[in-house]
Design a protein around this ligand. Structure first.
Ligand code: NAP
Length: 449
């Protein structure tokens, strides 16, 4: 991989890159099948991804005709890598085994180790024989929607494909590595004004939030609508508030500290609720919710914006879902893509049907949505949320920080890129967009704000 890195740094042509040998093994972060029961009896919050995520050499898989090898310059941590590393709610080896039974190419994925990671920026170094739109030397970001485009159910909305999977979570050969194998229909052009690590940190969360807020498949935001965004400085929440602002809506951001309130204000979000300061106790005990607390949230929202929210951007799950259903306006939507605090959900159905609200499920994004979200980054209309960058060897520590809710925005990971700050191809455009805007989360993390 060193020769490939040197060629990329020297600006080698696509042909030159395509002529370099692909190594038989590469450095990667992975969990081990024989450790999948290691956390038995350990509480979720005590599971330390540094113990389960290993970094070492793995064998390079063969390339299928519709795939490419990408030299990964940088990657990022997503919550799905936390789930994989704590083997919750299930071990991801079950996903790999199912994929393994699907086809000859699928069989490559069922291995004793799982290379994790679902976000990357890098350079295409080899294309399979069926790849038409990409070539060696292309600088790319990668979205994580892994679908077989020969399956009829993958057309129309590919998120409805019967074999839809998330790359690096439900497939092997993920992005937290020096090399990755992806389908050509996962590739998108790298935004030229960003560093490798800034470019690598967007696709998964940005595309998810695009679908949840903007796309007719889920949020379908209209000008003037108000949206309650839980975790508004988190990975998906930080893009969600930008989409609401861009779309002429009013975000109400919920966070858990004054620091995060200030960060939201810097992003242009005027209305913020600090959930720790408010001290909401939506559950009286494990079995009983407290409607009075839902009403208190509703009152707090109305005291900020003078009305109820049209949409709730919901992902914390069990702890907030009852309150989210209550807080949405008559005819409003609760758009949900996750359940971080627990997936067995309870809400009062009377508040849903009597007020004609709807619960809309959303999951990642199809290629078109991911492409549109990437384009908005490339045009400087949506900013990256990179706050902290780790070395590949520190993947476990990075995942632990995300698990512990210690990071605003995104944690980046340097793979082949030898240091931070490399990869900017259009410094003029970067200046036009504004260094301050692009690096807001990084500066905030370093306490410069
Ligand atoms: P993240 O960066 O850790 O941010 C989540 C935010 O949620 C935190 O910053 C925290 O903000 C808030 N939060 C956490 N627990 C909460 C609770 N009990 N009540 C209220 N707020 C809480 O994670 P992320 O990347 O945004 O992902 C969030 C969830 O969405 C994860 O479960 C992830 O797996 C899922 N996800 C799903 C998809 C999909 O395609 N379906 C895509 C991306 C992510 P404060 O503490 O500041 O309030």
């Amino acid at each position: 991989m060193q020769a490939i890195l040197e060629a990329i740094q020297a600006g080698a042509s696509g042909d030159d890159l395509a002529n370099l040998p692909i190594p038989e093994s590469y450095r990667a972060a992975f969990v081990k099948r024989d450790e999948q029961n290691m956390w038995e009896g350990v509480a979720s919050e005590d599971k330390d991804p540094r113990k389960s995520l290993h970094v070492g050499e793995v064998a390079t898989p063969e390339l299928a005709p519709d795939e490419v090898y990408v030299a990964v310059m940088a990657s990022a941590i997503n919550f799905n890598t936390v789930w994989t590393s704590i083997f919750e709610p299930v071990s991801t080896f079950g996903f790999l085994d199912r994929l393994g039974k699907e086809s000859v190419w699928g069989a490559r994925h069922a291995l004793p180790y799982h290379v994790v990671g679902s976000d990357a920026a890098g350079v295409v170094v080899r294309t399979g024989s069926a790849v038409r739109n990409w070539k060696a030397g292309d600088k790319v970001t990668i979205h994580c929607n892994h679908v077989d485009d020969q399956d009829p159910s993958a057309h129309d909305d590919s998120m409805l494909a019967s074999n839809q999977r998330i790359w690096g979570f439900e497939t092997n050969f993920g992005s937290l590595a020096d090399l990755t194998v992806v389908k050509a229909n996962q590739l998108m052009p790298k935004p030229k004004h960003l560093t490798w690590e800034e470019a690598a940190s967007n696709a998964l969360c940005n595309s998810t939030s695009y679908r949840m807020i903007v796309s007719p498949h889920a949020g379908d935001l209209k000008q003037g609508q108000a949206v309650l965004v839980w975790g508004a400085t988190g990975g998906i929440g930080g893009y969600a508030v930008q989409y609401v602002l861009n779309g002429g809506g009013t975000p109400v951001g919920v966070v858990s500290s004054d620091k995060r309130r200030r960060l939201l204000n810097e992003m242009g979000v005027e209305h913020v609720i600090d959930r720790r300061e408010a001290g909401y106790q939506f559950w009286k005990d494990e079995h009983t919710q407290d409607e009075k607390e839902w009403r208190r949230l509703g009152k707090d929202i109305r005291s900020l914006i003078g009305r109820d929210v049209d949409t709730v951007f919901e992902h914390p799950g069990r702890q907030t879902f009852g309150a989210s259903v209550f807080a949405a306006a008559r005819g409003g939507k609760i758009v949900t893509c996750a359940a971080t605090s627990g997936y067995m959900i309870e809400y009062d159905n009377r508040h849903l049907w009597m007020k004609l609200k709807s619960i809309v499920s959303s999951h990642f994004a199809n290629y078109k949505e991911a492409w549109a979200a990437n384009q908005l980054i490339a045009e400087g209309k949506i900013q990256p949320l990179l706050s902290r960058t780790y070395a590949l060897e520190e993947t476990g520590a990075a995942a632990l920080a995300v698990h512990k809710n210690e990071i605003e925005g995104k944690a980046g990971v340097l793979c082949l890129a030898p240091e931070k700050g490399l990869g900017i191809d259009d410094p003029e455009f970067r200046e036009k967009v504004g260094e301050d805007k692009i690096t807001l989360f990084q500066r905030f993390d370093q306490s410069e704000i």
